[in-house]
Design a protein around this ligand. Sequence first.
Ligand code: SF4
Length: 262
Amino acid sequence: MKGFDEHREGFGTREWAEVTENIQRGCVNDCLYCYAAHNSNRFGQRLRSEWAREELTQRAFIKSYPARDGIIMMPSTHDITPFNVGHFIRVATLMLQKGNRLLIVSKPRLSCIIDVCKSLAPWKDQILFRFTIGAMDEQLTALWEPGAPSPTERLEAMKYAHDSGYGVSVSIEPMLAGPFETGRVISSVLEFHPETIWIGKLNKVRIRVVNSSPVITAAIFQIENQQTDEEIIRLYRKVGHLGCVRWKDSIEMVLKAHGVNQ
Ligand code: SF4
């Protein structure tokens, strides 16, 4: 789809969109690695232990939205949940009515994606979904993303969006394991013809991750072992030939450091 798969300079969300929008503080998914939760705590806005509490911001009540250059990504620091889906649809509609293009990023809940797909159908061609699945192993996602839907539900939501005629894409960022598990995610989503599959490491795992138990300590060690430079290069050799695969900056840096051809 036009404009969504362009090379952008920058890191993180800036690789995907020119503008980011959110309508809420806090995120019920409560991912252990959450960058937004880490920053919110660091800048004294919200204690890390309270991140799962959902609270609408003024942006949920805007009455108009201008035509913007480039892609708008929404949300980036929360998800679409039963708590906010009505507000999300209302704000997205304001954006789309002005001709904007919208990248909807989510660890998707099936019921919410059904609502979104039905409500935004007139603007289908201006929308690309980006569904995050870091692993197919339900134990891994339950550990790292305790409040988020299971991988099975995320695949069901992706199927629904695809079957409804929407463009879909995938984020395997952060990877919650190594090359094998990442390969399983890719195999599971290919039938939905994703426009792109973005792959990125779990960055700064020791700084960002809330480590409250020996189980999490063990999971951190495991991820570090599974995402060494050697394993990342192995992953590149395994799936780099797929035309839809895109590498996030965390992996580009590894490939560049080792002179691996891209
Ligand atoms: S889904 Fe995103 S915003 Fe929500 S807790 Fe996880 S990383 Fe943070």
